[in-house]
Design a protein around this ligand. Structure first.
Ligand SMILES: *Cc1c(COP(=O)(O)O)cnc(C)c1O
Length: 368
């Protein structure tokens, strides 16, 4: 993938928006090829339905704000779910401040959306339903095709943030009746700062980046050609290796879970184990502060159930939404496995986590 990107940093430095010379054509050809690679992995009908952005955050903003501006004469109401990424919830809250109406549905205890509740939430003035394809914390895969059918029946648009699912499990926007889908390159082993929005043909969006009218007027700004080439290549690799990757990753994930459950008591899985990304494991460990566990394991890239980036770490809104207590959410750890992990690493992680959990519990038995 890096080799595919490199020429576009130097000898092929053309701007795809330059239509009058060879250098521009060369860059345009590379972008067209990447557009086809992304469209193919998304199951889109045409490459023209892919608009390049800086990542899933921008794609979500373009989809939600772009729909609101373009369709608000027809309705003013959005439906979403409490377990969405902040890159969906925050733009929706922003629109709410501007006058939009918003219904945020609670998920079931397994993290899945209750379809009956969704049906009830869609009103005559609803313009769009936004439900993520797979969750970034608990890995739960939503019933996207059923949601797509409900939205189509009721005549509302369906947006899905697929940053986590794209490239990991088969995604087919046409068959699943997804109208708008956000993706990002760095979650499929591609470069950071580049992504795309799938926009079903016929949907008009108000562009959020005004300017030169690039990307069919949906997103102005000179394209990040090396990044886009990298995203395209990453998609082509996923298309070839997704099935095998998924089987291998799932086996590693299940091995990790088996070892941890074997060595530590008081462990519970958060979210559905059946409808789940192959590389995700999210566990609540009784009588443990995930933060302390992570600090003791700096050699392992784990995540806690809290948004540690903030000054006062709040327990995860996802874990709270599926019914975990504040303590259980604070004792939750997320393990992410991928294409390059090995059995040896899994066994090492299980052993080290068990060791540290025992030590922490010995040191602070009063919270047991
Ligand atoms: C990572 C992620 C994002 C943000 O993607 P960026 O490329 O960093 O903007 C949005 N939604 C979900 C579900 C994600 O996992």
């Amino acid at each position: 993938m890096l080799e595919a990107m490199l020429p576009y940093f130097h000898e092929r430095f053309g701007n795809p928006a330059s239509r009058s010379h060879r250098f521009g054509w060369e860059a345009e050809k590379a972008v067209d090829r990447a557009r086809k690679q992304v469209a193919a992995l998304a199951g889109a009908a045409s490459a023209a339905e892919i608009v390049f952005t800086s990542g899933a955050t921008e794609s979500n903003n373009l989809a939600l704000k772009g729909v609101w501006e373009a369709y608000r004469a027809q309705g003013n109401h959005f439906v979403s779910v409490a377990t969405e990424h902040r890159a969906v919830l925050d733009p929706l809250r922003h629109l709410e401040r501007l006058g939009a109406r918003l219904t945020v549905l609670p998920p079931k205890e397994d993290g899945l959306l209750d379809l009956g509740r969704l049906r009830e939430a869609i009103l005559p003035e609803t313009i769009l339903v936004s439900v993520m394809y797979a969750n970034n914390e608990i890995g739960v895969i939503q019933p996207v095709e059923e949601i797509g059918s409900i939205c189509q029946e009721r005549g509302v648009l369906f947006h899905s943030d697929a940053a986590q699912a794209f490239g990991k499990v088969p995604v087919r926007v046409v068959a699943e009746k997804v109208d708008l889908m956000s993706i990002t390159a760095h979650k499929v082993y591609g470069p950071k700062g580049v992504g795309a929005l799938y926009i079903r043909r016929g949907i008009r969006l108000a562009q959020q980046m005004d300017g030169g009218g690039h990307e069919s007027g949906m997103r102005s700004g000179t394209l990040n050609v090396p990044g886009i080439v990298g995203l395209g290549e990453a998609c082509a690799i996923c298309a070839r290796e997704m099935g095998e990757d998924a089987n291998r990753t799932r086996a590693l994930r299940d091995r990790l879970l088996a070892r941890i459950v074997d060595q530590i008591d008081g462990v519970a899985v958060n979210g559905s184990m059946e409808q789940r990304l192959p590389g995700n494991l999210n566990l609540s460990v009784r009588a443990i502060q995930a933060g302390a566990l992570l600090t003791s394991l700096p050699e392992i890239a784990l995540s806690s159930g809290s948004a540690c980036s903030s000054a006062t770490p709040e327990p995860s809104h996802v874990l709270r939404a599926i019914g975990l207590s504040e303590e259980a959410a604070r004792g939750s750890v997320r393990f992410g496995l991928g294409r390059f992990n090995t059995e040896r690493e899994v066994d090492y992680v299980a052993a080290r986590v068990s060791e540290v959990v025992s030590k922490l519990r010995r040191e602070a038995p009063h919270i047991l």
